[in-house]
Design a binder for this molecule. Structure first.
Ligand code: ZN
Length: 439
């Protein structure tokens, strides 16, 4: 039987019920949370457990990154300060067609995971190519990854057409069936890169196989104008007619959305991945997050890829989301600290259909747990740890991370060897990509 781990923090935070416990223990057995009880009781009941003392720390569920392209960390800072379509068509897509391979995706994903774990992010909803390399990279690092299998109409070195992207996605799902840490979604890239026929096939397959769908929707005004010209309706209307909207869908961005569209999203149970940093950097706009929440839409937070953020820092994006929501709503009471924290934890879990496994600290859930040391000068004094976590804490204050019960980050150090290898690989890719640069 594996030894029990008994975590003894100053504060323990349960975002789903907005509960803040003091001097409680969280006991981990294997991959799950075995108990949450007062510290004294835990010591009496499990005297032989490995005690991990966290006297100045808040313990909370690992953050959930609801929209990312992990492998794109290798293109961080490659092309900045451009409009979305110029950035994609003239810089990112050409670079991807030259470099993206199994090796690129494996190394880029592990570089992302190195950064994500150190910043307290224990689960990422990804979208990219070479799905098997993403899955292998995650498993090798003991990281929880929802692998979004990108689907496009046009060819890339990975696949020649929508059919072959779909075939590879399903093969990959079969190959990794039964893995606790890895699951798969179908990820039609966006309304402007995917045809009606392909959307119909995605909907049928997702329905038959019980898979989630992950898609960029209403990111920019250009996307909406393009759809009005080509299809005569806004993208969401087109997707609604095709039957895409439902609780299996995570819609990334949703920056430009009318009241009627918000009512439709809420009615259909669509989840939204809000990406505040990416939306600011690409000048996509300010998503009306507070209005979406009032309409009853479940909203989580994503970093988007490092090529458009440029850091996979969910603590920074959580703060940014709380601030942007206030200015977008002209209302300083919009998105208070607890709600912002819920977006990055239990809301993300619900969006992934994983609310019964991750996203809070409860007996029986997977032990995806992070500890944040609040003694840094920037988080002192500490009247309210939740306020400090949302408005003041820096990701460097994350001291310890557990994923499925494994202590993957201990006292600010990765315990796995993958992180060192990922850093070396990043250096090799930097030399290779820089020497092949044409744009
Ligand atoms: Zn994206």
């Amino acid at each position: 039987m594996p030894r029990l781990q008994c975590l003894l923090p100053r504060w323990l935070i349960q975002p789903d019920t907005r509960t803040l416990l003091e001097h409680h223990a969280l006991v981990i057995e294997g991959e799950r949370i075995h108990a949450i009880v007062p510290a004294g009781e835990a010591r009496r009941q499990w005297p032989d457990a490995d005690e991990i003392h966290l006297p100045d720390h808040a313990l909370l569920p690992g953050l959930i990154n609801l929209h990312c392209h992990a492998a794109m960390t290798l293109l961080r800072g490659y092309a900045d300060d451009l409009a979305l379509m110029d950035w994609l068509q003239n810089h990112i897509w050409p670079a991807e067609s030259r470099h993206v391979s199994d090796e690129f995706v494996f190394d880029g994903t592990q570089l992302a995971i190195t950064e994500l774990i150190a910043g307290g992010v224990t689960c990422t909803n990804d979208m990219y190519f070479h799905h098997d390399a993403v899955a292998r990279a995650a498993l090798d690092a003991n990281y929880r990854m929802v692998v979004g299998c990108s689907i496009l109409e046009f060819p890339t070195p990975y696949a020649s057409n929508a059919d072959s992207y779909l075939r590879r996605a399903l093969a990959c799902r079969d190959q990794f069936a039964g893995e606790n840490l890895v699951s798969f979604t179908l990820a039609p890239h966006a309304p402007y890169t995917v045809s009606d026929d392909t959307f119909r096939r995605v909907i049928t397959l997702a329905d038959e196989l019980g898979m989630g769908i992950h898609c960029h929707i209403h990111e920019t005004r250009d996307e909406i104008e393009g759809s009005l010209k080509e299809h005569g309706v806004r993208p969401l209307e087109r997707l609604s007619r095709l039957g895409l909207l439902g609780s299996q869908l995570v819609a990334a961005h949703m920056v430009h959305v009318t009241d009627t569209e918000m009512a439709l999203l809420a009615k259909q149970g669509v989840h939204v991945a809000h990406n505040p940093a990416s939306n600011l950097k690409l000048a996509s706009g300010l998503a009306p997050v507070a209005a979406m929440q009032r309409a009853g839409i479940n909203v989580g937070i994503g970093t988007d890829g490092a090529a458009s953020n440029n850091k996979l820092d969910l603590f920074a994006d959580l703060r940014m989301a709380a601030l942007i929501a206030k200015v977008a709503d002209a209302n300083p009471t919009a998105l208070p600290a607890w709600e912002a924290l819920q977006m990055a934890t239990c809301n993300g879990a619900a969006a992934l259909g994983m609310g019964d496994r991750i996203g809070s600290l409860r007996t029986g859930l997977q032990a995806d747990v992070i500890a944040v040391n609040l003694t840094a000068s920037g988080t002192q004094p500490c009247y309210d740890p939740v306020s400090q976590l949302v408005y003041a804490a820096d990701r460097s204050q994350v001291s310890d991370v557990w994923i499925a019960g494994r202590h993957v980050y201990a006292d600010h150090q990765h315990t796995g060897t993958f992180a060192g290898r990922a850093m070396q690989a990043a250096q090799r890719w930097q030399a290779r990509i820089a020497s092949n640069r044409t744009a």
